[in-house]
Design a protein around this ligand. Structure first.
Ligand code: NAP
Length: 269
């Protein structure tokens, strides 16, 4: 089995990386950065996000394993002191995995250029200077005219990230769908939006058309794109559940809702 190690550049992450590289010597595990079967990330959820985009072209072949060197992450199950146990699991690997849905984003520019990205956490469309005015279509029918700071469209596993800060719900990652959350919407007698997060199912298509794209920012996980300049004028963006999924190597049971509790609630008294 071929493994790649994707590392956040901290001293502790580099130490763990070296322990893995030393540990695979003399085993059937082989290091292959370009065509791995397993990608081990060392760092936090942000590191796994970056690794996801580095290996996005291999999503149907690759399984991810996250080792966290800081606080407990949502994509990172293993602790930095569990390297030997992980190496044993890798050597006994029988292909066990768990798959989670992703978000497909397609942004069409007014000159016809198309930017297509698959997101692991979310995509956001925001205006950093003035009120964003955006027509929101659900399955090609006008749903609302949004006015406010922006909109966040997240995957089930991304629901604990930006989506949660925007007041979205936590989604069980076994649900196949995506979520729309508003960011500081304007709601008064004149302007009206739904005012609550919406969870869409497998076949839904969400389309955004901005009334004015100057000073708008489109993000996809860690990537950002300034709109309304350098000929990047947005015609529309569509979101769907992606055809691809992310696969994690599942060597032991991990409980998503205990992770939610540990991250956001802590001890219950
Ligand atoms: P980053 O430093 O990589 O991430 C910001 C924080 O979000 C970190 O603490 C990270 O955890 C955590 N995080 C990432 N994915 C998560 C998930 N699925 N569930 C729970 N927490 C998660 O920041 P970045 O490079 O700017 O952007 C990466 C992500 O940060 C975005 O995808 C977005 O979700 C999030 N973000 C959140 C806000 C907000 O909540 N207001 C604003 C901007 C961006 P680690 O420390 O383990 O890496």
């Amino acid at each position: 089995m071929k493994i790649a190690v994707y590392t956040y550049r901290s001293t502790e992450s580099m130490r763990v990386r070296q322990a893995i590289l030393d540990g695979i010597q003399g085993t059937p595990l082989e290091y292959d950065e370009d065509h791995p079967d397993i990608v081990i990330t060392i760092g936090g959820d942000g590191t796994l996000l970056s690794a996801f985009h580095r290996y996005q072209h291999l999503l149907d072949q690759v399984r991810f394993v996250g080792i966290h060197t800081g606080h407990l992450g949502f994509y990172t199950d293993w602790r930095n002191y569990e390297v030997q146990e992980l190496l044993k699991s890798l050597q006994n690997d029988s292909g066990q995995s768990v798959a989670y849905p992703l978000l497909d984003m397609e942004a069409t520019m007014s000159d016809g250029r198309v930017k297509h990205i698959v997101a692991l956490n979310e995509s956001t469309l925001r205006n950093i200077v003035k009120t964003m005015v955006c027509d929101v279509y659900v399955n090609d029918q006008l749903f609302e005219r949004f006015r406010g700071d922006g909109l966040c469209i997240s995957t089930p596993t991304g629901s604990t990230a930006y989506n949660k800060s925007a007041g979205g719900a936590i989604m069980d990652p076994n649900i196949i769908g995506f979520q729309l959350a508003e960011m500081a919407s304007l709601n008064n007698r004149v302007f009206r939006t739904l005012g609550s997060p919406v969870i869409f199912g497998t076949d839904a298509k969400l389309t955004f058309r901005l009334r004015d794209d100057s000073s708008a920012v489109l993000t996809c996980d860690r990537e950002q794109m300034m709109l309304g300049q350098d000929d990047w004028h947005l015609q529309e963006i569509t979101y769907r559940v992606a055809k691809e999924k992310i696969h994690f190597a599942k060597y032991r049971h991990n409980n998503f809702f205990m992770r939610v509790k540990n991250s956001f609630i802590g001890e219950t008294y």
